[in-house]
Design a protein around this ligand. Structure first.
Ligand SMILES: [Zn+2]
Length: 433
């Protein structure tokens, strides 16, 4: 009876899951977990990267399915999360949603105080052969020098700036390789665009001084490495912050990157050279078997691990009446424990393993939102039926918990070089090897 509402097989087949941003996040999280999984660590008894176990491993005995009825939104409780805002499609969704909300609050608060917010975009020249870690080092050095310049201090003074928020972003393009860049929101007096335009020379000077650009590139960097826009653009940037066009599966990897996201509309030359994939579009390509995209994602992962996505200048939050900044872990924890979520179902270990084997995390949430506890039970019932009819031949790791349990099961996956080790682990766990 219940199973009919599960709309199987379409409703339960991840390949045919309804196209939504959240479905994409769960799918791509599995790809990221697979890419970062290192069989060698199993041998060494070491933990995997947290992105591999995020929203898979249980922190306590059971997994809760929790629903906020007012917003009709379901989440899991009792699971580990990796808090990796750069590389985890699931965690980054939650964290950037909160950060976006804060940015919007900041802009509104400043507008109420009669101020304006400007958007500065700073880029540096790069070529396909550049490695990302090296570029990031030069970018950080250049940014530091820029902010320590006399020009920066005097323009900030002149414009009545009370603070800045710096966002670090990165894309990759097949022509010019990695493209790390900064967007800086400046909270200042109205009508200060001409003042900020004076910073162009300071950014160019910083690029030359740190060796980020050579003297032969002077014309190019003067024209294209610096951009400043007024309030509407800042608001538009914030509205799009963290939104990932790549989750829409109908868009192909190379077409997903929108120039609008970079706020450099009108700079055709720059936006052409900047055109590329976001890290999550690399995951989309890797999922389709693109080994170059897979290698690039790994490079990105290690280069960005532990880096700050947003940097607020000291005292700005207080000036705008915002609370102290929560770190990424705190944001995730706050959501997981938010009182508006009611636990509608509790999944025991075996049921959770079943959900993971069939890559049905997304469907559990979807049906919890649609039908509450009955929806979750319906999914489990359908999964059990499916497994009886045809045991899964692939699936993510499910059985190993903590550092010890189940790691032995991964070992036999190493023998199967044709299948990825992560999927193999689940196959072993389900008795398939
Ligand atoms: Zn995560």
């Amino acid at each position: 009876m219940i199973a009919k509402s599960v709309d199987r097989p379409a409703g339960l087949n991840p390949q045919k899951a309804p196209d939504s941003e959240r479905a994409g996040r769960f799918r791509l999280a599995s790809v990221a977990a697979r890419l970062m999984f290192e069989p060698g660590r199993v041998e060494a008894g070491q933990k995997q990267e947290r992105v591999c176990t995020c929203h898979r491993w249980r922190t306590v005995g059971t997994v809760q399915v929790r629903v906020d009825h007012a917003r009709n939104k379901a989440i899991f409780g009792g699971l580990e999360s990796c808090s990796n805002v750069w590389a985890c499609p699931i965690c980054s969704g939650t964290i950037t949603e909160e950060r976006r909300h804060e940015l919007q609050q900041a802009i509104e608060a400043w507008a109420k105080q009669g101020g304006s917010v400007y958007l500065l975009t700073l880029t540096l020249p790069h070529v396909r052969a550049d490695n990302l870690s090296g570029l990031l080092k030069v970018a950080a050095k250049t940014s530091q020098r820029f902010k320590q310049s006399k020009a920066w201090r005097s323009v900030m003074d002149q414009a009545g700036a009370v603070g800045t928020i710096r966002a670090l972003e990165c894309t990759w393009g097949s022509w010019h390789g990695w493209h790390p860049h900064f967007h800086i929101l400046i909270f200042a007096k109205p009508d200060q665009l001409p003042a900020f335009e004076q910073l162009r020379a300071a950014w160019v000077a910083a690029l030359l001084k740190t060796g980020a650009a050579g003297a032969d590139q002077l014309n190019d960097i003067t024209a294209h490495s610096f951009d400043v826009r007024g309030g509407d653009f800042a608001a538009e940037y914030v509205a799009k912050f963290g939104h990932e066009p790549s989750f829409k599966s109908k868009l192909e990897a190379q077409a997903m990157w929108g120039a609008s996201r970079e706020m450099v509309k009108g700079q055709s030359k720059v936006s052409h050279s900047m055109r590329g994939s976001t890290p999550f579009t690399l995951l989309v390509a890797a999922e389709k078997g693109d080994s170059q995209a897979a290698a690039l994602f790994r490079e990105f992962y290690w280069a960005f691990k532990g880096r700050r996505q947003l940097t607020w200048s000291p005292k700005l939050r207080a000036r705008l009446g915002l609370d102290a900044e929560a770190d990424d872990d705190e944001i995730l924890e706050r959501q997981a424990n938010a009182p508006e979520f009611e636990t509608v179902a509790t999944l025991e270990r075996d049921d959770w393993a079943l959900v993971l084997r069939h890559r049905a995390r997304y469907q559990v949430l979807l049906w919890a939102e649609r039908e509450g506890a009955a929806g979750v039970q319906g999914v489990l019932l359908a999964l059990r039926q499916m497994e009886q009819e045809r045991p899964p031949d692939k699936g993510p790791p499910d059985e190993y918990q903590g550092t010890g349990e189940g790691f032995a099961e991964q070992r036999c996956a190493d023998d199967d070089q044709s299948a990825d080790a992560l999927d193999g682990a689940a196959r072993c766990a389900s008795g398939g090897c």
